[in-house]
Design a protein around this ligand. Structure first.
Ligand code: ZN
Length: 189
């Protein structure tokens, strides 16, 4: 079973965890990307729903799904609208990602993970988890292939992730065993 890359601590509004969606959040918190698969027709459901949109069956099993994909579209979010918790997080890159198994999932794209991120909760992970705080990314070309775009990345972080860019699903630790889906450049996964 693929294990997601930990991308640091989550900062943002607490996820709304409903009993029906809890396995999704808990799976992420443990580094797994799992969605409902219909036991009747085999459809993997997204968004999470109580009923299969294809055959109306209520019977489903939480199943691991592909963790690799390519960017469908990415935008830079610069202002916190609505919940002002986001004011501490902007700017960040928000994207829709076409997953290898055909699903299209939403999530932020975070800068290439630094080695310290491997230890969630550490000071290094916290500082490395900032959406575009990556001062290291801007001032010195990282080990990834995105070097050379440092200036452009600072001006428009989303410009570093044109459609088709390979990314890998990752998760942010939101505490209480809950994780939040995000993505990192495939090279760093
Ligand atoms: Zn079905």
């Amino acid at each position: 079973m693929p294990t997601l890359t930990p991308a640091g601590q989550y900062r943002g509004p607490a996820p709304v965890v409903h009993p029906e969606s809890e396995p999704f959040w808990r799976g992420l918190g443990e580094g797994r990307l799992e969605l409902q698969k219909c036991n009747s027709c085999g459809t993997v459901r997204w968004p999470i729903a109580p009923v299969c949109w294809n055959c109306t069956s209520l019977d489903a099993t939480w199943t691991p799904v592909a963790t690799s994909g390519t960017v469908s579209a990415a935008v830079t979010v610069r202002r916190a609208t609505g919940n002002q918790v986001w004011a501490d997080v902007v700017p960040f890159v928000s994207a829709m990602v076409d997953m290898a198994d055909g699903l299209r999932l939403p999530g932020r794209i975070l800068p290439a993970a630094s080695p310290s991120v491997a230890a969630p909760g550490s000071a290094g992970a916290a500082s490395g988890s900032g959406p575009v705080s990556g001062s290291g990314t801007a001032s010195e070309p990282g080990p990834g292939s995105r070097s050379g775009t440092a200036a452009g990345t600072a001006a428009d972080p989303a410009a570093a992730f044109p459609a088709g860019t390979p990314v890998e699903a990752a998760y942010l630790d939101a505490g209480d065993g809950i994780g939040v889906l995000c993505f990192v450049p495939a090279e760093s996964a």
